[in-house]
Ligand binder design. Structure first.
Ligand SMILES: [Zn+2]
Length: 297
């Protein structure tokens, strides 16, 4: 499957399109800096990272439309204090102007985080991004207690990059984030990249905490050996948690075609009789839409 085949693949599953929980759109200046970072990936990450969709924003949106992505969460995240409130305003306007984009928000451990998050939630944010690796903050920071509490109450999911991949951060580790889950048991959390590289621990968190989900972002793709790192019982454990996995891709900053991610997911579905097309429909549509609070009466 290449990108041109995606609409037919989706239609073959009987789906009206794709819902992608993990896409990035950022203000142009920030996006340029992110791409400059990926240009240094051989130094930063120890591997080349050629961005496949390095295009102006309007063209990136056109790519998603051509693929049949009918809904996506444009995730923004700060790498330093004083940035999150501005990003929240930007993404609110972006979502208002983009029919496929749901409003999202982000935060940083800083005074005022509770206030600007409350504002974003009341303005309709349906999904929140926390990037523990890039932000280099402790998710247990007391400045975030009111943030996690509000998200748990609002039942708005947080897509959180708290795993050690692609390189460990100061406070990455699923064990660190589990402290937050214990303190806020109603929190709905989506472990970005399925907690890579600690897939076993991520699945343990799914087992232990009813609000924990996984996103598929960059999981199992033939890049940098990611397809060889999944645990041997991966598909068996997915079968036991088939409604807790949602499509995520990291579009546009991926070093391969969008279809590569779908091929990986379709490979899991084909590898286990308990998965199959029903699993694909759940991952590509039902679960991300449930998480975003769409289609409900
Ligand atoms: Zn991402």
């Amino acid at each position: 499957m290449i990108d041109a085949d995606v609409p037919e693949f989706v239609a073959g599953l009987g789906l009206p399109g794709l819902t992608d929980l993990h896409v990035h759109f950022l203000p142009d200046t920030v996006q340029a800096k992110v791409w400059e970072f990926f240009d240094r990936a051989s130094v930063e990450y120890g591997t080349e990272w050629p961005i496949h969709y390095r295009l102006p924003a309007a063209e990136r949106l056109a790519v998603l439309r051509d693929l049949g992505v009918v809904t996506f969460a444009p995730l923004v995240y700060p790498h330093k204090p004083g940035m999150a409130a501005w990003l929240n305003e930007w993404v609110r306007e972006f979502a208002a102007a983009t029919p496929e984009a749901v409003p999202t928000a982000t935060f940083f451990p800083e005074p005022g985080a509770g206030e600007y998050l409350a504002e974003a939630l009341s303005a309709g944010a349906r999904c929140v991004k926390s990037h523990v690796q890039v932000g280099a903050y402790d998710p247990r920071d007391p400045l975030l207690d009111t943030v996690w509490g509000q998200l748990a109450e609002a039942r708005v999911p947080v897509v959180i990059h708290c795993g050690h991949g692609p390189v460990p951060g100061k406070f990455t580790g699923l064990d660190v984030f589990e402290d937050v889950l214990r303190r806020h048991p109603r929190l709905i959390a989506v472990l970005a990249h399925a907690g890579a590289p600690e897939f076993d621990l991520a699945l343990d968190l799914v087992d232990r905490h009813p609000g924990v989900h996984l996103d598929t972002t960059m999981v199992g793709v033939p890049f940098n050996g990611a397809d060889e790192r999944l645990p041997a019982d991966w598909t068996a454990r997915l079968a036991a948690n088939a409604d807790r996995v949602a499509l995520g891709t990291d579009f546009p900053s991926i070093p391969y075609e969008y279809a590569t991610q779908l091929r990986a997911i379709a490979g899991w579905a084909a590898a286990d009789d308990r998965l199959g097309d029903a699993f694909l429909r759940a991952v590509l549509w039902d679960t991300p839409r449930r998480l975003l609070g769409l289609d409900s009466a």
